[in-house]
Design a protein around this ligand. Structure first.
Ligand SMILES: Nc1ncnc2c1ncn2[C@@H]1O[C@H](COP(=O)(O)OP(=O)(O)OP(=O)(O)O)[C@@H](O)[C@H]1O
Ligand SMILES: [Mg+2]
Length: 386
């Protein structure tokens, strides 16, 4: 698919914005703080229903405004789709598809996007929540239905945790808490579905990640992905990764784990087991990336995760390629990786590259330059060689 046109109203620093995009490479150039990443973020939101920078939606609404609108005309081959979301500071967001009201969770069915950003280093170096977020955003792209499952799990988790906290405050222990069972059932049903989907994702990413790593790093360091499951006792906080075994009955394991932790949960007023405590352990040369890998190796893993995501979506989606957005990544890379990344991405249906310094952009991606300045998209012109 490609994004043919993007319109924004009161999104970040844009009062209004109209951006025409082409098939193939597109370049957005502007000095720091002018609004390049904001454009990338708007497109990403349509695909993942979230931002890669903030966990709540409010910061994306322009200062002083009540709501923002992101609207995009997409083209899947011959078919055009107009999708739109209104981000409300208060209350839930509203979506439209071809003008008709729709669930927001429908949007990722139409918009497939893979973003490469400097923040990606956090996926490999940051805490487990960064890796869970990476995995869940890709899951939503792969299986849009899961966005509702993930949202329901969060809600059940909050309610169950609130119940544990109030039980602690009232001094109720163990057996005296029958309502907890109702929440446990929901937590296990939703949580097991998430765990199973994440494990399938890691298995399906394994080969594409290995291929992408070799292509980016120019060396085979045997990258590996594996979930450390808290329901299996592999609590990432204790640093022991579980062995890969997807055949076990996850729900049963989850129940046993809740039972084992119940006293501790009541003491601490926290839900101590479940997919919200899992970690996607990444390794190169058999060692965990976090804490062991060099800066360059960490970057190679981060880029490989994104490239592999793109390959996975490309191979599975009837809608064609995902749109690749490379936000400010070339400035972070050495000349070899720069060149390799450009070559590996240039064949996608649409690539959007942002940079503060135009010279950082490799020649094969240098086309259709648009200039961004202080929340206005100006001086739009075709690259001279096009
Ligand atoms: N909700 C908001 N309302 C108004 N302005 C905002 C809002 N959120 C962010 N901004 C402004 O948007 C600008 C940042 O835009 P953005 O992150 O897209 O910059 P950029 O062009 O990607 O810069 P860099 O090259 O440094 O990455 C900042 O000036 C920031 O103050
Ligand atoms: Mg930026």
């Amino acid at each position: 698919m490609i994004v043919e046109h993007l319109s924004l109203v009161d999104f970040r620093n844009y009062a209004t914005a109209e951006l025409a995009l082409h098939r193939g490479p597109n370049v957005l150039v502007g000095r720091n703080g002018q609004g390049k990443t904001n454009l990338a973020e708007a497109v990403v939101f349509l695909a993942t229903l979230g931002s890669h920078r903030v966990s709540s939606d409010a910061p994306m609404v322009r200062d002083g405004q009540e709501f923002a609108i992101i609207r995009a005309r997409l083209s899947h081959g011959e078919r055009k789709v107009l999708i739109e979301v209104q981000l409300n500071r208060q209350g839930s967001n509203k979506a439209r598809i071809n003008g008709s009201p729709s669930k927001t969770s429908e949007l990722p069915r139409y918009a497939h996007v893979v973003l490469f950003a400097p923040e990606d280093l956090q996926i490999v170096r940051g805490d487990p929540s960064s890796r869970r977020r990476f995995a869940d955003q890709l899951l939503i792209q792969r299986t849009p239905r899961l966005s509702a499952v993930l949202a329901d799990y969060d809600r059940v988790l909050k309610q169950r945790t609130a119940l544990l906290k109030s039980a602690r405050a009232r001094g109720i222990r163990g057996e005296g808490l029958s309502t907890l069972d109702v929440w446990d059932d929901k937590l296990v049903a939703l949580g097991s579905e998430i765990i199973a989907a994440r494990q399938r994702l890691a298995a399906d990413l394994q080969q594409p990640v290995a291929d992408a790593y070799a292509a980016i790093a120019g060396a085979d360091h045997q990258p590996q992905l594996e979930w450390a499951l808290s329901v299996r006792g592999g609590d990432p906080e204790e640093g022991e990764a579980a062995t890969a075994d997807s055949t076990g009955d996850i729900a049963e394991m989850f129940r046993a784990s809740l039972l084992a932790k119940r006293t501790q949960e009541l003491e601490r007023g926290l839900t101590l087991t479940g997919p919200h405590r899992d970690d996607l352990v990444l390794r190169v040369r058999g060692l965990p990336v976090k804490g062991y890998a060099s800066h360059g190796e960490s970057w190679s893993v981060a880029l490989a995760l994104r490239l592999a995501s793109a390959e996975l979506l490309r191979s599975e989606s009837p809608a064609g390629d995902p749109v690749l957005i490379l936000d400010d990544v070339f400035a972070e890379l050495d000349a070899d990786r720069r060149q390799r990344l450009a070559t590996l991405t240039a064949g996608y249906e649409q690539v959007v590259v942002t940079a503060a310094v135009e010279e950082d952009i490799p020649e094969v991606l240098h086309a259709h330059v648009v200039r961004i300045s202080a929340g206005t998209i100006s001086d739009e012109r075709e690259a001279a060689d096009d």
